[in-house]
Ligand binder design. Structure first.
Ligand SMILES: Cc1cc2nc3c(=O)[nH]c(=O)nc-3n(C[C@H](O)[C@H](O)[C@H](O)COP(=O)(O)O)c2cc1C
Length: 193
């Protein structure tokens, strides 16, 4: 099973998102999955120009020459997409949204009914598969993830993929302090794994 994980925290491997994502990646690898992890901050990904060239002029291909060329071919071939983002202003981080906008070459400029809802079909070269959301936020309450969760479920429908579930950690800002204070919180990481 091929998995592509995208971590969009500006703090990359040093962030709280990584504290939740990394054991999950480890667990997938131990279970035999081939996992590639990308940080949006390390990639040069320009914003979508919104001109639909990737649908009508050069179907399936964006005209922009940046790192998305390399990542999108891996996304097309992956069984599972893992989107990891901190909550920024009640939703996903800007770089994550920028990344997702650039995925539209993978879907077709046609409409079809999906569960009674108008959606785009997947392009021929793109595998069917699943989407997993990984997130953490500053506030305590789990409902701080509700807007992001609803958004990610809609994205799964739009990209013709199954929403497999979410790994969510509220009060992510406390994790490092708890580790420093030798408070036993390995159960969080074990659960993620
Ligand atoms: C610009 C910005 C906006 C944020 N907005 C929210 C928010 O709306 N709700 C919330 O619970 N936490 C919010 N946070 C807190 C982050 O989600 C939290 O610090 C998280 O642990 C950051 O993850 P990271 O270390 O991987 O970047 C915000 C943080 C920043 C920097």
């Amino acid at each position: 099973m091929k998995v592509i994980a995208i971590n969009s925290s500006p703090k990359m491997g040093e962030g709280n998102t990584a504290l939740v994502l990394n054991p999950f990646v480890e667990g997938m690898r131990e279970a035999g999955a081939e996992v590639e992890l990308f940080y949006t901050k390390k990639l040069k990904i320009n914003p979508c120009h919104g001109d639909y060239n990737c649908w009508f002029k050069t179907p399936g291909k964006c005209f922009q020459k940046d790192d998305m060329e390399m990542v999108i071919s891996r996304m097309a071939d992956a069984d599972v997409w893992v989107f990891a983002t901190p909550i920024f202003v009640d939703g996903m981080s800007g770089p994550m949204k920028n990344f997702l906008d650039r995925l539209i070459p993978l879907i077709l400029p046609f409409y079809r009914l999906n569960d009674g809802h108008c959606r785009h079909p997947r392009g021929e070269g793109t595998k069917s598969g699943k989407i997993v959301l990984v997130s953490n936020c500053g506030f305590w309450e789990i409902d701080n993830f509700d807007p992001l969760l609803a958004h990610m479920k809609a994205i799964a429908k739009n990209f013709d993929r199954e929403f497999a579930g979410a790994l969510l950690r509220p009060h992510g800002t406390a994790i490092r302090r708890l580790i420093k204070g030798n408070i036993p919180i390995d159960d969080i990481f074990d659960a993620a794994k």
